[in-house]
Design a protein around this ligand. Sequence first.
Ligand code: ADP
Ligand code: MG
Length: 351
Amino acid sequence: MAAIELRGLTKVYPGGVTALDALDLVVPDGEFFALLGPSGCGKTTLLRTIAGLEAATGGAVVIGGRDVTGVQPGERDVAMVFQDYALFPHMDVADNIAYPLRIKKVPKGARRGKAAEVGARLGLDGLMDRRPGQLSGGQQQRVALARVMATQAQAFLFDEPLSNLDARLRLEARTFLKKLQRELGVTTVFVTHDQAEALAMADRMAVMEAGHIRQIGTPAEVFQRPANTFVAAFIGSTPMNLLDATVRGDTLEVAGCKVPVPASAEGRLQDGERLVYGVRPEYMAYSDGPADAALAGKVAIVENLGASYLVTLDVGDVAVQAVVPEGREPAVGSDGHAVPRRDRALVYRDG
Ligand code: ADP
Ligand code: MG
C-alpha cells in the first residue's frame, strides 16, 4: 500500500497539446480518489503518466515515498484497468487473471491457485475456462478487476472502468467495486466523466478542466461548495442555477427580483458589484402563492425526476429551476416563486 504524490506534473504531447499543466496532488495511502472531468481534460494522460505508460515532460511522480518518474511501468508496482478492459481474446478467464503473474515469472501452480482464489471472490468460479468473447460486459469487467487484484499492486488506477456497462449493471458494479476497495484498502485513483459516479464512490475527488485541477475535496464539499462556476455547472444531477446578479446593499438584484445576500458571502461584497449568484435547484423552495425574497415568474417546463419534479420558471428572460416534491408540482403556465435557501446559496466572481 502506498500514497501517490504528484509534484508539478506536466505532460506536453509532441503536437504541442498541454494535457497536464503542473499538477500537484497527494492521494494518501488507502484512499479511494476519483478524478472527474469532461472528455479531453487530461484524465487518461494523468493515469498513464502515473503508471509510466507516458513519460512526464516535467515534474515528478512519487509512489510510496519512492520517486518513480524515470522508472519503467513494470517496476512501479501499480495496476491499471483500462476502459475497454484489454482482455486477451485467445486466453481463458483463468489465464487472463493470471497473466500479470506470468509476467512476474510466478510458477504455474501458484498462478492457477491465485487466479482461482481471486476469481471466486468476484463470482467468476463457473467461468474460469471461458474466453472473453463468451462473457457478458459485466463479467468481462469483473475479469479485468480480478486481473488487477491478482497483482497485489500498491495502487490501482481505473480509467472509466464502468462506462461500457448498461445503466443497471453500472450501479451494481459501482457498489461492488467500492466495497472491494474498502476491503483491500489499496490506494485507488478512479477516473470518470460521470459526476454521479464520482460523488457516490470517492473518499475525496478532484475536478479537472483542460489540464488543471479546479477543485479537490470530499464529495460533500465539492457538491455543496463548488469552488468556481466550472465546477458548479459540472457537478449535480440537475445543473446549478447560475444567475447574473448585482449587489444592492444587503440584497442581490437577480432578474429584476430581490434576494438576500447568501450567508457565505456576508460582509464580502461591495455595493454595485456584479457577480454570479449560484443556487442548486434542490436548494430552492417553491411556492404557488406570494413569497418574500423570491424569484417570481411563470412556469415554463415541468419535468418528472421520479420522486420529484424539476420546474423551470421564466423570470423575466432568465430561466430558474427548482426541484419540487411529487404531488406539489405546478401546472405549466401558472405563476410561481422560487425561494433560494440563504444558507446554501453561493456567489462567484469568475462567471
Ligand atoms: P481525457 O481522458 O480526459 O478524455 P486525455 O488525457 O485522453 O483526456 O487527453 C487530453 C488531451 O491530450 C486532449 O486534448 C487529447 O487530444 C490530447 N492527447 C491525448 N493523447 C494524445 C497523444 N498520444 N498525442 C497527442 N495528443 C494527445
Ligand atoms: Mg480518457
